[in-house]
Design a protein around this ligand. Structure first.
Ligand SMILES: [Zn+2]
Length: 535
């Protein structure tokens, strides 16, 4: 384990310029050094490995440097040289996690009464200050109330809410944010290259993400990887972290979304065979589902907020489109909730399988939101189906005349999609065309009007017509009995059989339902779910 500290210690920043992330904190502290306006008490808050202790030491050196440069220690003056080795008596480090008692605190506070040996300031760094007992806090408070002019207290904590308000009110507070993964990756790249380690960007990014904003953890993981070999790639990192690769998470989620229980069970089996820890996988999957939720709610900010490459962001956005927010949230809840079960279950594999099947088969989704969600999915499927029928992507065997565009062309324009060939028996269509064409010579006026109607259907010498457009004068014209009779005469002549010429009624126009589209409805929703109502 000693080796695991090596990279972290070697790559610990020694100056403000070397600190990764924390730009706001660093700028503020630098300015205080430059202006010589240092406070007597600081509180550095932030999660582990974000640079609190490193910055405390950098501030201690800069405060004591006789020739600070841009707020940073020069590294050359006597003070800098003395503080370079970590044995300086003027920097006191105190770990409250292991020395929480008042006696230990009093002991160290004793030394506060002696001024610094070499520099201007004596710096007292207390790590994990929230661990102190109440009595120890009280002892510290007395000193903080009237600190000697040469004292600087730097209290570091991951849990500032546990620090008494009386202490907080005497400190200048600085919050250390999690370091963006891209910045961690860049620092890892520097370290790996300088140490002569071959590494892929993907692998370093994977480490950076796993470190969750902590540089110390990131360097420790890199160290562990180096323990396995000099080539750090994604497979090695996955192995060291015990994680599954991203494509597997996409595949697993696809199985869940598609309610493909067989695929989901197969995935769990692969995970187990590869020796993965079910609890680790559940956490990774929860992380994946969270990314999908962000992708769904804020696709434009996904890459920035989650430190993803544009390609990766697109991949998440793509998968996010396959499920609704509430579906993703219910899956996320399941995998967040399974954590305890996985840790204490006799067979973690059973617990993971059970959670996966619940998420896949949606057994727990009985609330209103989930039901609404399913209704919405059905509505969307219906819309999609309707669109496909209207666009002609699905061929209908029987015409649905009402869906024809109102400005359908005249029947003689046979090249158009709505020509009678599609809608009527071939021979009947020929009779119709022949009859209309004959009118051109014998009755041009009637011919002109006949071109404003279209043939809707024709069988057994019954020709059903409709106006080619809503405002066509022909509609009124041909419904009059004597004109209809005239058309019947013309058609009968062309056919050699008694023909009927009748207007297509609107009610009739909406019938019949396309047999093909009914098949599609049955296929999409299941036969038992489609109720056919005749109007
Ligand atoms: Zn110096």
């Amino acid at each position: 384990m000693a080796d695991h500290q090596v990279l972290y210690r070697r790559w610990r920043p020694l100056t403000f310029s070397e600190v990764v992330g924390q730009e706001m904190v660093v700028t503020a502290l630098r300015n205080q050094v430059k202006q010589g306006r240092l406070s007597h008490a600081y509180l550095f808050c932030g999660s582990r490995g974000t640079g609190k202790t490193s910055c405390a030491k950098i501030l201690a050196r800069a405060a004591n440097c006789t020739d600070p440069r841009d707020g940073d220690a020069c590294g050359e003056c006597e003070s800098c040289r003395r503080m370079g080795d970590e044995s300086s008596f003027d920097i006191l480090e105190y770990d409250a996690a292991s020395n929480s008692k008042v006696e230990q605190m009093r002991e160290i506070l004793e030394s506060v009464q002696y001024p610094p040996q070499f520099g201007r300031y004596k710096v007292f760094i207390i790590d994990e200050v929230h661990m102190l007992t109440n009595n120890a806090f009280n002892a510290l408070l007395k000193t903080l109330e009237e600190p000697p002019a040469y004292m600087i207290f730097i209290l570091a904590t991951t849990e500032p809410h546990k620090v008494p308000a009386t202490i907080l009110s005497r400190c200048q507070r600085y919050d250390f944010g999690r370091i963006p993964a891209a910045q961690i990756r860049d620092r890892l790249r520097q370290a790996a290259d300088r140490e002569g380690i071959t590494s892929t960007d993907g692998a370093l990014m994977q480490i950076a993400r796993a470190a969750e904003g902590g540089m110390r953890d990131a360097l420790s993981i890199l160290d562990m990887c180096i323990g396995y070999g000099q080539d750090v790639d994604e497979t090695l990192v996955s192995h060291v972290l015990g994680t599954s690769d991203r494509s597997f998470l996409f595949r697993f989620t696809e199985g869940l979304v598609n309610e493909d229980a067989e695929e989901v069970i197969r995935c769990v089996d692969e995970l187990m065979n590869a020796g993965h820890e079910p609890a680790v996988f559940a956490r990774e999957l929860a992380g994946h589902l969270r990314l999908l939720l962000v992708a769904r709610c804020a696709p434009d900010h996904l890459a920035d907020m989650m430190d993803l490459s544009d390609d990766a962001a697109q991949q998440y956005i793509g998968q996010a489109q396959t499920a609704s927010e509430s579906r993703l949230m219910s899956m996320l809840d399941i995998f967040l909730g399974v954590d305890g079960a996985l840790r204490y279950a006799a067979s973690p594999r059973f617990a993971l399988e059970s959670a996966a099947l619940h998420a896949c088969l949606r057994t727990g989704e009985t609330d209103t939101a989930a039901l609404l969600d399913r209704v919405r999915e059905l509505e969307s499927a219906l819309r999609d189906l309707k669109g496909r029928i209207e666009s002609g992507a699905i061929q209908t065997r029987v015409p649905a005349p009402a869906e024809k565009p109102a400005d359908a062309p005249a029947p003689t324009e046979t090249k158009q999609g709505t020509s009678p060939e599609q809608t009527a028996d071939k021979t009947m269509t020929q009779i119709w065309k022949q009859a209309i064409a004959g009118l051109a010579k014998t009755d041009p006026g009637l011919f002109a009007l006949a071109n404003q109607i279209r043939l809707v259907s024709a069988e057994d010498y019954t020709f059903r017509w409709a106006p080619a457009s809503e405002d066509s004068a022909a509609a009124g014209f041909f419904t009059r009995p004597e004109r209809a009779a005239r058309m019947e005469e013309v058609l009968t002549m062309a056919a050699g059989e008694q023909c009927r010429f009748v207007p297509e009624h609107r009610e009739r126009a909406e019938q019949p339902r396309s047999a093909q589209s009914m098949d599609d409805l049955f296929e999409t929703f299941g036969r038992e779910n489609v109720i056919v109502q005749d109007s």
